[in-house]
Design a protein around this ligand. Structure first.
Ligand SMILES: NC(=O)c1ccc[n+]([C@@H]2O[C@H](COP(=O)([O-])OP(=O)(O)OC[C@H]3O[C@@H](n4cnc5c(N)ncnc54)[C@H](OP(=O)(O)O)[C@@H]3O)[C@@H](O)[C@H]2O)c1
Length: 342
C-alpha cells in the first residue's frame, strides 16, 4: 500500500530547492517517495539531508510520469516547458517562478488568504512573488478590517532572493573589501556589498521594473481587488536572507492603530512585533528561518486619508517561496484536491 505522495523537487540544487527539502521533512509532509531533479549539469550529484541521500536526476517531461506532486523552483523558462508536461501526466505542480502567475487558468495562492481558489486548479498552481507574499501577510488582515484602497511600498530585498549565486557574490565582495582586494561582480550590475541597488528584475518602458509590477498585478489577483492601486519601488540590499517592505496604505474606512495591531495578531502566519518603547520591530536577522512574518512600526500615516504606515519582514526563502509552496501542497492534501497515482 502506498503510504504517501510521490513528490519531486525540480531545482533541488538551488537556494529555494534546499529549503523545500528541509521543510518537507520538518513539516512531516506525507511523502512516500522523494525525487530531486535539476538541470543536466547536476545529473549524478548527491544531495544529503540528515540520514536521507538522493542522486540528482535531470528533469525531463518523463520525470513526471510517476510523480503525484512536483514542487518547481527552477526559473520561468524551464517551468514553461515542464509544468504543462507534468500536468498532462496527472502530476500537480506548485511553481515558484513567475511563469504562470498571471494565467487566468492558474490559481495564485497564499493559503492564509485565498485557499479556496486552489480548488479550481487544472494541474498547475502558482506561488506568488516573494515580496508580494511578505507585503500581503501584513496588508491582508488590515484589508479585512478597513478595506484596502491603495498602497505605496518600498522593498528591502535580500540577496538570496536572487538565488544561490548571489549569496556567494555578496560573501566574496565583503571578504574582498575588508581585505582591500578588488571587487568582482557577475550576478548584479553593481557592487552589492555595502551598497543598495534600486533595481530588482528588468526595467519596463514606463520606468517601473517587472518585480515592482508583480506587487500590483499579483496583489490584485490574490486579494480579488481588480481596482487596487499600487506604486512600488524594489530595492536590493546587502542582507543574506529575509525581505522587508515599508508600506503606506490607504483604506476605505477610518483606521485605528489598535485595531490594525489586533488584526495582525489574529492572522495566522503573521505576528505583531511592534514595541518601539523597547526598540522592538521586525528585522531580517530575527525573521530568517521563521514561519511567521513580523509586522511592526504600525502608525497612522501622516500624508494619507485613512492611512497606515507599517513595516514587515519575512523569510522570502520560506514564506516567500518554499514554505508557501509546501503549505499549498498541505492544503491540497488536507482538502483532497490531489491524489496518489494508482
Ligand atoms: N530565491 C528566492 O528567495 C525565491 C523566492 C521566490 C521565488 N523564487 C523563484 O524560484 C526559482 C528558483 O530560485 P532560486 O533562488 O532557488 O535559484 P537558484 O539558486 O539559482 O537555483 C536554480 C535551480 O534551478 C535549476 N535549473 C536551472 N535550469 C534548469 C533546467 N533547465 N532544468 C532543470 N532545473 C534547472 C538549477 O539546477 P542546476 O544546479 O542543475 O543548475 C537550480 O537547482 C526562480 O524561478 C525564482 O524566481 C525564488
Amino acid at each position: 500500500m502506498n503510504d504517501g505522495y510521490s513528490v519531486g523537487i525540480v531545482g533541488a540544487t538551488g537556494a529555494v530547492g534546499k529549503e523545500l527539502i528541509r521543510l518537507l521533512y520538518e513539516r512531516n509532509f506525507p511523502i512516500g517517495n522523494l525525487r530531486l531533479l535539476a538541470s543536466a549539469r547536476s545529473k549524478g550529484k548527491t544531495i544529503t539531508y540528515e540520514d536521507h541521500s538522493f542522486d540528482v536526476e535531470e528533469a525531463t517531461p518523463e520525470s513526471f510520469d510517476d510523480l503525484d506532486i512536483a514542487l518547481l523552483s527552477a526559473g520561468s523558462g524551464i517551468t514553461k516547458a515542464l509544468a504543462p508536461e507534468a500536468a498532462r501526466r496527472g502530476c500537480v505542480v506548485v511553481d515558484n517562478s513567475s511563469a504562470f502567475r498571471m494565467d487566468e487558468e492558474v490559481p495564485l495562492i497564499i493559503p492564509e488568504i485565498n485557499p479556496e481558489a486552489a480548488k479550481a486548479h487544472k494541474g498547475i498552481i502558482a506561488n506568488p512573488n516573494c515580496s508580494t507574499i511578505v507585503a500581503l501577510m501584513a496588508l491582508y488582515p488590515m484589508h479585512k478590517a478597513f478595506g484596502l484602497k491603495r498602497f505605496f511600498a518600498s522593498t528591502y530585498q535580500a540577496v538570496s532572493g536572487t538565488g544561490a549565486d548571489a549569496i556567494v557574490e555578496l560573501d566574496n565582495q565583503v571578504k574582498a573589501l575588508v581585505n582591500d582586494q578588488p571587487v568582482e561582480k557577475e550576478v548584479y550590475p553593481h557592487q552589492i556589498a555595502f551598497n543598495v541597488l534600486p533595481h530588482v528584475d528588468v526595467f519596463l518602458e514606463d520606468g517601473y521594473t517587472k518585480e515592482e509590477m508583480k506587487m500590483l498585478n499579483e496583489g490584485r489577483k490574490i486579494m480579488g481587488l481588480p481596482d487596487l492601486k499600487v506604486s512600488c519601488t524594489c530595492v536590493r540590499v546587502p542582507v543574506y536572507r529575509a525581505h522587508c517592505v515599508s508600506i503606506q496604505a490607504e483604506f476605505e474606512q477610518p483606521v485605528e492603530v489598535a485595531a490594525a495591531r489586533d488584526a495582525v495578531s489574529n492572522f495566522p502566519g503573521s505576528e505583531l512585533c511592534d514595541d518601539v518603547d523597547n526598540l522592538q520591530y521586525p528585522m531580517p536577522i530575527d525573521y530568517s528561518e521563521k514561519v511567521n512574518c513580523g509586522v511592526g512600526r504600525i502608525r497612522k500615516d501622516s500624508a494619507l486619508e485613512n492611512g497606515l504606515s507599517l513595516w514587515v519582514s519575512g523569510d522570502q526563502l520560506w514564506k516567500g517561496a518554499a514554505l508557501n509552496a509546501i503549505q499549498i501542497a498541505e492544503l491540497l492534501h488536507e482538502r483532497g484536491w490531489v491524489s496518489i497515482k494508482a
